[in-house]
Every structure is written in structure tokens, then in C-alpha cells.
Design a protein around this ligand. Structure first.
Ligand SMILES: [Zn+2]
Length: 484
């Protein structure tokens, strides 16, 4: 994490100067990013210009063709709005128009068009783009045509490739001075997006997550941040933040309140929650002091990332920027929630989903953290792979305490797996339904079992009689934490 920056800046990002550059013969991939992007990978863009080129093509048609070229070639999405908006107005609308001057000042000599991009500070990575406008120099002579810039019988400059270039700025691409690219600083004979332009946009918007992540299990876990981890600048291309970061993914199918803490004696902890677009929706402001971080966040159903991070330069003398940490996560939800992705012993792909929860009030709410006197129902749900529905199968339920694995047998008792090495003990045999409701335990009162403090990880899954050594189960355990 970097220190926070000022709020919104309206920054001139680009000027296309009029010059014909010689093209490089060597093609390299070297797009330039500064870490800024539209968080959602799309924006509305307002296009309604007067006029028509000498070639008979309207400026609108040429601009919309450029917009569609970005849409077709990349994961970014311009949503066309056929309305006129003032590109010089700081109004939250992204738009294009011809203007006599550059929003009140003179256009530079040889300036054809300028992209004006507004940013909002983001918690992690480069500033987010929140508005991007294009002003086109009305006094220049434009036309619309393909191919070389200089052609016998054609007057003016091709407006379409200028639009392509400026639209590249509006999605976060900078000038690419070396590769063959529309994003080169000078207008050239290139009239369509080049592989380098597309690669730059895809680096920002293809939705791939550039760092490894693990499925998050609510409960407790220990990990470490150090130089072997992914960095923020690797996660968010173009960002200058080199702090290490661990990523955990989780999904909710019911609204929930997540209470997180990250504790460390050596590491200045930073906790963040991002949505599936990697937009940061919550972070700890470090008001708690020491090297710890805590965060409570209400979340609607969806997929989220929990980010465990630190600073790239030390801020507190008592805390470092690498070392061990512990994460504690308590979830309070109105229903059961997913338990990571489905997997199988044979590593075959599975099309089954798993969810589960623990309730002390007959399903009014679910949590993973209870006192010893609570009376607990631990329940799950398997949406069975459609290919397996109707087949003869069996259900397996396991509890892991420390290193010990216990299987629930068909008499409703947990038995030590070590007593029967290599044997998968079944909770039941049955014809598999589309939805299997799992009852792990009912009315369990830990104190009545002499338990005042424990962490148990529950897993459940199913298998087919036709391949009895394979099991389909979930990757993130259903954790129960009992503490006084
Ligand atoms: Zn430019």
C-alpha cells in the first residue's frame, strides 16, 4: 500500500502532434501503462458531432467505428451514447467534440486532439479513471480514409485513427514510443489497432488475476508476507507500489457481515476487501495502532477478494514490512454460503457446488464463531454435478481437528480415520439427488462435551459407487471456532 493521494485531479494526458514518424522495422511488445484504469472495464461515451468528411463519412460514423474497434479487439467496453456533451465540462460524462480551443487555452501548434482524463485516488494501485474526454482541434483539416497518410487526391488527416489513438488514452494507455502502435506519439500510416495496442488494453482489462490466490476459509489461518510474494505492482499493472500482497477469494450467496483481523508482531498489517473487479470496497485505516489491522464490512452476495498487504516503505518504527501474520475472519450471515470451488480426489473437473453454515438459532443466522454454551446445528448443501444425479452414491462428512481426521459414520458418530487407514468411511449410501442437504451435527453443545476452546474444520462431499475411491468435495473448509 502507498500513502493516499489527493482526491480528484483533472489531468491532461495526451497531445497528438502532427508529424509523420518513420516506422520501426522491429516489432516489440512494449505498451506503456501508468496503473490507471476504469475499475469496471467499461464507460459510457457520448458522441454527437456535427459534420461530414470530404470522403462522405460523418465524423460520428468514423468515431463510432474507432470506438467499436476497441470494443471488438479488447475486453474494454465503450457504451455508446448518441448525445452531445461538452468535453470540457467536468461533469462526469465522457464525450468528444470539435472545439476552437483547448477548453479555454490555446491548442499547441500541430495539436490535432487532446484526451483529458480525470482520476480519483484509489486505495491500491494507480488512480482510477472516472471521466475521459476528447477535444478535437476544429481548425485542423480532417478527413476519413484508410491507408497511408499522404495519398494523391486526399486532403486532410484521417480522423478515424486519431479517434483510435485518443480513445486509447481514455482507457489508460500511454504513448508507446517504440513498438508499432496506434499509441505511438505521432500519427502515422497505421490506421488500425496493432497487437501492441491490444496487448496493452488486455493487460488492464482481460480480467485475469496476475497473482496467485487461495480460496478463503472463514476462521483462522497463518501466513507470511515477504519478498517471495506477489506485489501490488504485479497485481495491478503499472502501479508503482512494490509491497507484497496475499490474495484470498471467497463468495457469498447471502448478505453477510465479515469481521476481519490481521495480527502480527513484525509486519505493519493492512487489510483490504476488493470486489470481483478489484475495486477496493473496504480497508482498515490503521486507527487501531500497533502493527495490527482490523476491518468489519457488510457485504452483499458476490465474489470478493481479501487482500493481506503491508506498506512498501515502513511507516511505523515499531513495525516492519515483512514477516508472519495471522488472519481471523468471523462471518455473520442470514444464510449459508459457498465453501470455495468444488474439486475431486482424481483431480477431474467437477460441476458441483458446496455451501454450508453453522447456526445457534435454528437458521435465523449463521456464523463460524460461538461460545461453548451455544447449541449448534452444522449444515451443508451440495448441488450435485448433473452428470452424477440419479446415480448410486454415498455421502462423506469429515472433521479435522489439529492433524486428526474424523469421519462421521452411518451411526452418527465421528470415528478416527487413523483407526482404518485408507478407508473412506461413509455417512450414508444413497441415490444422489440434485440437491443433497447435509446435516453434520444437530444440537451440539460444546460445553456439554467438555469443550471450551477448539477449532474444527468440516468437509463434506460425495462419491459414486462406480468409482468408490474418488470423492467430490469443497476446497474451503467450514470452520467452527469455539472460544470462551
Ligand atoms: Zn497521445
Amino acid at each position: 500500500m502507498l500513502r493516499l493521494m489527493p482526491n480528484i485531479q483533472r489531468t491532461v494526458l495526451s497531445v497528438v502532434a502532427f508529424a509523420i514518424a518513420t516506422l520501426l522495422s522491429v516489432q516489440i511488445s512494449a505498451f506503456e501503462l501508468d496503473g490507471s484504469k476504469w475499475p469496471t472495464g467499461e464507460t459510457e461515451f457520448y458522441v454527437d458531432m456535427d459534420g461530414i468528411a470530404a470522403s462522405g463519412i460523418t465524423w460520428n460514423a468514423a468515431f463510432i467505428a474507432a470506438l467499436n474497434e476497441w470494443n471488438d479487439a479488447t475486453s474494454f467496453n465503450f457504451i455508446l451514447r448518441k448525445d452531445n456533451k461538452d468535453p470540457c465540462a467536468n461533469d462526469g460524462f465522457s464525450s468528444v467534440d470539435f472545439t476552437n480551443d483547448f477548453c479555454g487555452s490555446e491548442f499547441g501548434e500541430n495539436t490535432l486532439a487532446v484526451a483529458v482524463v480525470s482520476f480519483a485516488a484509489s486505495i491500491l494501485g494507480g488512480p482510477s479513471i472516472v471521466e475521459a474526454d476528447i477535444v478535437v482541434h476544429k481548425d485542423e483539416e480532417f478527413n476519413v480514409f484508410d491507408g497511408n497518410l499522404a495519398q494523391v487526391g486526399i486532403e486532410g488527416l484521417d480522423f478515424r485513427r486519431i479517434a483510435l489513438h485518443e480513445l486509447g488514452h481514455t482507457i489508460g494507455l500511454k504513448h508507446e514510443p517504440e513498438a508499432r502502435a496506434i499509441m505511438a506519439p505521432y500519427i502515422s500510416n497505421l490506421d488500425r489497432l496493432q497487437p501492441d495496442d491490444i496487448a496493452g488494453a488486455e493487460k488492464l482489462y482481460d480480467g485475469s488475476i496476475n497473482c496467485p490466490f487461495t480460496e478463503f476459509a472463514f476462521g483462522s489461518r497463518e501466513n507470511a508476507l515477504d519478498s517471495s510474494d506477489c506485489t501490488v505492482s504485479e497485481l495491478l499493472p503499472g502501479a508503482s507500489d512494490t509491497s507484497p500482497i496475499d490474495l484470498y477469494r471467497f463468495s457469498l450467496t447471502n448478505p453477510a457481515t465479515l469481521s476481519l483481523s490481521m495480527t502480527s508482531s513484525t509486519l505493519d498489517s493492512v487489510l483490504l476487501i476488493a470486489d470481483s473487479n478489484f475495486q477496493i470496497i473496504g480497508f482498515d485505516d490503521k486507527s487501531g495502532g500497533e502493527c495490527n489491522s482490523s476491518l468489519t464490512q457488510f457485504l452483499q452476495p458476490g465474489t470478493y477478494f481479501l487482500l493481506a498487504n503491508t506498506f512498501d516503505v515502513p511507516l511505523k518504527t515499531e513495525c516492519g514490512i515483512s514477516g508472519d501474520y495471522k488472519l481471523d475472519a468471523a462471518l455473520n450471515s442470514v444464510g449459508i454460503n459457498p465453501l470455495g470451488t468444488g474439486t475431486s480426489v482424481s483431480n477431474g473437473s467437477v460441476n458441483a457446488t458446496f455451501s454450508g453454515g453453522i447456526t445457534s438459532n435454528d437458521g435465523a443466522s449463521f456464523s463460524n464463531r460461538f461460545g461453548p454454551d451455544a447449541s449448534l446445528d452444522i449444515v451443508g448443501r451440495i448441488d450435485v454435478d448433473p452428470a452424477d444425479v440419479g446415480q448410486e452414491g454415498f455421502i462423506v462428512i469429515a472433521a479435522v481437528v489439529d492433524q486428526q481426521i474424523l469421519f462421521l459414520n452411518d451411526a452418527g458418530q465421528f470415528v478416527d480415520a487413523a483407526a482404518n487407514p485408507g478407508v473412506i468411511i461413509r455417512a450414508s449410501n444413497k441415490t444422489l439427488a440434485a440437491v443433497e442437504e447435509i446435516i453434520v451435527v444437530e444440537d451440539l453443545v460444546p460445553a456439554a462435551q467438555g469443550i471450551s476452546e477448539i477449532l474444527v474444520s468440516f468437509y463434506f462431499g460425495y462419491g459414486l459407487v462406480s468409482s468408490p475411491n474418488d470423492l467430490t468435495y469443497h476446497t474451503a473448509p467450514l470452520n467452527l471456532i469455539i472460544s470462551p
